[in-house]
Design a protein around this ligand. Structure first.
Ligand SMILES: Nc1ncnc2c1ncn2[C@@H]1O[C@H](COP(=O)(O)OP(=O)(O)OP(=O)(O)O)[C@@H](O)[C@H]1O
Length: 250
């Protein structure tokens, strides 16, 4: 699904991501953990062609065999939403506040030539699948934060992506609704379904959803292995301490 080799991201005079290499198989559920500033978001951005202007990406990222480092819209167009899809931390970045959620979920289908009625029917079905039946005519402002993140997930799933990248998908949510959204992410990814790359501060969450963990520290990939091996590694103690400290300050 994904082959990453020597991926680096540089700012002027500073390396934010340093020669990261790993592979991710179809249907694999992999967590990316690391303390604040470790480079998790830079990794996600570089993988998905979303690196901020002014930063320089080097190395190689192949999405299902297609090289995407330095690729333009023509290369990304057939991949975005189908090969890869992103669920960001804040659903507000994915949703249009002025468009009813059913229409938002239907729009990518319409863009692919699906008829109006069929697109609406499929949007309704997808909203029901993420636990929001009957909400198609609501605006994002008429939904709770957890419900909005479910709509963002429906939007990410509409193209049946083969890799779902979720960057702290529940950290903006109330703890009481976090579990429901994570269960949903778990239900729609895994063997035979989409692969998952889950960025999280929370090792417990990563351990629950993922079979393998990547640990970033100061832009470097310092560990990559099965969850049990990584959690048992002394290097991870620092990450655990950092994530606990963060949980307390939050
Ligand atoms: N546009 C930018 N220009 C220069 N440096 C940046 C830019 N964006 C992020 N950085 C720096 O890159 C480093 C990695 O940031 P990144 O956001 O990837 O960390 P993170 O692991 O996702 O942290 P957090 O868990 O706090 O979100 C940080 O030191 C950050 O200050």
């Amino acid at each position: 699904m994904l082959r990453v080799h020597d991926l680096s991201v540089d700012s002027t005079g500073r390396r934010l991501l340093d020669q990261v290499s790993f592979e991710l198989a179809a249907g694999e559920q992999v967590g990316v953990v690391g303390s604040s500033g470790a480079g998790k978001s830079q990794l996600v951005a570089a993988l998905l062609g979303l690196t901020a202007p002014g930063l320089v990406v080097s190395g190689s990222v192949q999405v299902e065999g297609t090289e995407v480092v330095g690729a333009g819209p023509a290369v990304w167009h057939p991949l975005r939403g189908r090969a890869t899809a992103l669920v960001a931390q804040d659903p507000a970045t994915a949703l249009d506040p002025l468009t009813r959620v059913g229409r938002q979920v239907a729009l990518p289908l319409r863009a692919r030539g699906v008829g109006r009625r069929e697109a609406a029917r499929r949007a309704d079905a997808l909203l029901a699948e993420v636990g929001l039946p009957g909400t198609a005519r609501r605006f994002p402002s008429q939904l709770s934060g957890g419900q909005r993140q479910r709509v963002a997930l429906a939007l990410a799933l509409v193209g049946a992506p083969r890799l779902l990248v979720a960057d702290e998908p529940t950290s903006a949510l109330d703890p009481t609704v976090q579990a429901g959204v994570l269960d949903l992410v778990d239900r729609v990814t895994g063997p035979g379904l989409a692969a998952l790359l889950l960025v999280t501060h929370d090792l417990a969450v990563a351990a629950r959803l993922c079979t393998r963990l990547l640990v970033l520290d100061a832009g470097r990939l310092v560990l990559d292995g099965p969850v049990a091996d990584v959690l048992g590694d002394p290097l991870v103690a620092d990450v655990v301490a950092a994530s606990r400290a963060l949980a307390v300050t939050r």
